[in-house]
Design a protein around this ligand. Structure first.
Ligand SMILES: NC(=O)c1ccc[n+]([C@@H]2O[C@H](COP(=O)([O-])OP(=O)(O)OC[C@H]3O[C@@H](n4cnc5c(N)ncnc54)[C@H](OP(=O)(O)O)[C@@H]3O)[C@@H](O)[C@H]2O)c1
Length: 333
């Protein structure tokens, strides 16, 4: 039986925020799996700020999506036909499935997941790349110690909200920077953050002085730009700054704005270190087990924001940049 595969191909390199006409949205017959291949029906796709970077030409930590290629996306789906000995119809898998209804190809890079252990979107949030990022970037690069103050930007987002909860488990004072009263309330009331700063409603520097009376030992940066500069003025001796992302800069039409206050690193003998989650691929299993334990015991909560309809992909992706997503943004195919 032939399946119709709707798919988004990258048609041109976006300038600034993505637009629908940066993509070709077409419907073609899904390819039948060849020898050693599988056919997967995509069920949920992970929408990530990094997708914007993957559309740009130039050197990065992975090659850009080529023009005319299916837009890259992580996702979860169900194998519906297989010519690979290790996979059978009904298996659920996670991996780079693309912004399309069906994935046909070799299963290298896919791994099996169990829908009985967790709802499928959770394999894209706390139990997926998002959770791995929060876990390894905070623990390996941030190295938080009990009693220290950890500040997180993008704190109500997918990665940030997990970082804050893990820092609480490690005994830290946790301060989140997020946009809007509702998100800030959620961080305090639901996730147990010690302090919040609503960057859309107040001066971040004033908020840092109020919420971090002992300065900042770990800054987990998801947004870059002016907020990074503000936090730099409040760091402590030997502070660690985790450069996880810089979403405020991803849609820039001009050059990325770097931190003006970087000499705070010198004065405080502090360090700023970049992080890429894929470097930890071999350790995902161990981290997923620990996170699953925290989820089961209620120490960590995972929130997914599921939007329906593959066809809404360009507009739904934009929610990450306007802050309209509340939790891990997932597209239900
Ligand atoms: N290095 C890695 O390996 C790796 C892996 C995964 C993710 N990341 C990075 O982690 C960060 C968070 O990703 P995520 O998937 O968890 O997304 P997310 O935080 O769930 O969503 C993005 C959030 O960023 C905030 N934001 C958008 N524009 C902003 C601006 N100009 N200034 C301040 N905040 C802004 C919005 O929250 P508000 O409503 O609070 O504004 C929005 O909800 C991104 O920078 C991403 O690139 C890095």
């Amino acid at each position: 039986m032939t399946h119709t595969n709707r798919r988004f191909l990258l048609a041109k390199r976006p300038v600034g925020a993505v637009r629908r006409d940066d993509f070709t949205f077409e419907a073609v017959p899904a390819a039948e799996p060849g020898d050693g291949q599988v056919l997967v029906r995509n069920l949920y796709l992970s929408l990530d700020p990094a997708m914007r970077g993957w559309m740009n030409e130039g050197k990065s930590y992975i090659p850009p999506v080529g023009l005319g290629e299916v837009m890259r996306a992580l996702g979860v789906g169900e194998v519906i036909s297989s010519r690979h000995p290790d996979y059978k119809p009904g298996d659920h898998v996670s991996g780079a499935l693309g912004v399309q209804d069906y994935f046909t190809g070799e299963p290298q890079g896919l791994h099996k997941i169990d829908p009985r252990l967790a709802p499928l979107p959770r394999y894209l949030s706390a139990l997926g790349m998002t959770g791995m990022t929060a876990y390894f970037a905070l623990l390996d690069v941030g190295q938080p110690k009990a009693g220290e103050t950890v500040v997180i930007s993008g704190a109500a987002g997918a990665v940030g909200s997990l970082v804050g909860q893990i820092a609480k488990i490690k005994g830290c004072r946790v301060v989140g920077i997020a946009g809007g009263a509702q998100k800030c309330q959620y961080l305090k009331d639901e996730l147990g953050f010690d302090g919040v700063i609503d960057y859309k409603a107040e001066d971040v520097l004033a908020g840092l002085k109020r919420e971090c009376p002992k300065g900042v030992d770990v800054y987990f940066d998801n947004v870059g730009g002016e907020i990074l500069d503000a936090v730099l003025t409040r760091i402590n001796f030997k502070a660690r700054i985790v450069i996880c992302g810089a979403i405020s800069q991803y849609n820039n039409k001009e050059a990325v704005k770097g931190p003006a206050n970087y000499l705070a690193l010198l004065v405080n003998r502090a360090r700023m270190e970049g992080f890429v989650v894929m470097d930890h691929a071999k350790e995902y299993g161990k981290a997923a087990q620990e996170i699953a334990g925290w989820l089961a015991s209620g120490k960590v909560k995972s929130k997914e924001d599921v939007v329906e309809g593959l066809e809404t992909f360009p507009e739904t992706l934009l929610k990450l940049f306007s802050g309209e997503n509340f939790g891990k943004l997932v597209l239900k195919v």
